[in-house]
Write a protein that binds this ligand. Structure first.
Ligand code: PLP
Length: 437
């Protein structure tokens, strides 16, 4: 499969190059040249296939022969080597729990797939590779975990100071080894801009072999389709209508993967882009005007994004047909107060504990179902509530027991270097670090 650059359609690359380079010229995102269709029999009979077989089939067309099938099978199997259950919360709303992986967030799926693909592609490379990544909270931990101790790879993570939760911060900063955490005086958009600048800086790129692990990378974006299939397999065991799918959205990689699966033939009734106060896309869906904004801090911090990168991929998927897009996706913006209220109500009514991100999706789904009676759907549960204990305790006065693995992590020391949101500081750090090795 080839991928073209959304900013320069003449630039086409294979999967390997797209995975290693992450983005094309003018910081353009790569997009698959064809949308491979699911076999109809396969989609109708998902229950007859194992999760491992579903994951492999979902990815094969995007990789072609660039990774031998038996190795790809191993990679896709490891990508989903934890439970991904669909659970019914209320009569109309189920939740796909994507948080049973090593860092208790859905980003484990993309990070595990990507790290394994890169380590396959780079196995014969002699220059050390630096994975540079900006995180609003969860990406960093998933990437750190996915790449920890992978030979030949260093990871540099940029995160906004004081804007990630205590658990998230430990997941980014306590591993050490080949994982380096930079604490940036700024917000997530600043971190993301620094990373983007580094990729287009000639002097950095002549010294270091840089690659990204942000959701813009096809190797992180594409495997997220897998769990939409796994959800549908379970959904069809107890529901007979096509599900409305609610996705807590920030950078819009996750929902964009679901939409891609939909264009390949996944039966989905409707998509909900569930946002917090950062409402650029809900605004666009109302007004047909796209105005990036400065990100504001919220309780669902992994969604504090003011100019979502993957939005351009969504436009491309819909062939820039606004009407079609508007009919398929509804956008909602949920504030912190409603988020807390939702956590409280869902706990009291259904004895289910939502994390703030999943709560945004639950609130959005409830609104949509009220406006569209008779429909049913599931939300993506993107993080385990234990990652956000303060918010959850504040909302519902419940204390969540910290799993043992997390307890060990919390006892470890935080190791970071603090920088300003200033590209020259990042550059100096990267070049100096490279000299040391
Ligand atoms: C990253 C993240 C999101 C947002 O996902 P996008 O793909 O960036 O839209 C939602 N919830 C949690 C817990 C996350 O970590």
């Amino acid at each position: 499969m080839n991928y073209y650059n959304l900013k320069d359609k003449q630039e086409t690359v294979n999967f390997k190059t797209a995975a290693i380079k992450s983005q094309g010229s003018q910081k353009g995102l790569f997009f698959p040249e064809k949308i491979p269709q699911f076999n109809e029999e396969f989609i109708q009979n998902l229950h007859l296939y194992s999760n491992e077989e579903i994951a492999f089939r979902c990815m094969k067309d995007f990789i072609g022969d660039e990774i031998p099938s038996e190795i790809l099978k191993k990679i896709t199997t490891e990508t989903i080597s934890f439970e991904i259950p669909l659970k019914k919360i209320s009569e109309h709303i189920s939740i796909l729990e994507l948080f049973h992986g090593p860092t208790l967030a859905f980003k484990d799926v993309g990070a595990r797939f990507m790290s394994r693909c890169l380590s396959y592609f780079l196995k014969d490379q002699d220059k050390k590779v630096t994975v540079l990544v900006a995180t609003s909270g969860d990406t960093g931990g998933a990437v750190a975990h996915g790449f920890y101790n992978v030979p030949g790879i260093n990871v540099v993570i940029l995160y906004p100071k004081n804007r990630v939760s205590a658990v998230q911060e430990k997941q980014l900063t306590a591993l050490g080894g080949n994982i380096l955490a930079l604490e940036v005086n700024g917000n997530f958009d600043d971190c993301q801009n620094l990373v983007k600048q580094a990729f287009s800086d000639e002097s950095i790129n002549s010294e270091l072999f840089l690659t990204s692990a942000n959701s813009i990378n096809v190797a992180r974006w594409l495997p997220q389709q897998i769990y939409y299939l796994l959800a549908l397999k379970q959904w069809k065991q107890y529901e007979n209508q096509d599900p409305v799918i609610g996705v807590p959205s920030g950078n819009f990689g996750n929902i964009c993967a679901g939409l891609l699966a939909y264009f390949r033939g996944l039966p989905a009734g409707h998509f909900i882009a569930a946002c917090n106060k950062n409402d650029v896309v809900p605004d666009y869906l109302k007004s047909h005007q796209y105005h990036p904004k400065k990100a504001v801090a919220t309780l669902s911090n992994a969604m504090d994004v003011g100019d979502p990168s993957n939005f351009t991929r969504i436009l491309e998927l819909f062939g820039h047909q606004y009407e079609h897009l508007k009919n398929m996706i509804s956008g909602y913006s949920v504030d912190d107060e409603s988020t807390l209220q939702t956590i409280k109500e869902v706990y009291e009514k259904y004895e289910y504990t939502l994390d703030p991100h999943s709560a945004v999706a639950f609130a959005a789904m409830e609104q949509y179902l009220n406006e569209n009676p008779g429909k049913k759907g599931f939300i993506l549960g993107t993080a385990h509530p234990v990652k956000f204990p303060e918010a959850v305790e504040k909302a519902a006065h419940i204390t969540i027991d910290i799993p043992e693995a997390l307890n060990d992590l919390m006892k470890k020391d935080k190791k970071t270097v603090e920088i300003n949101a200033d590209f020259e500081e990042l550059k100096r750090f990267l070049l100096d670090k490279n000299q040391e090795q």
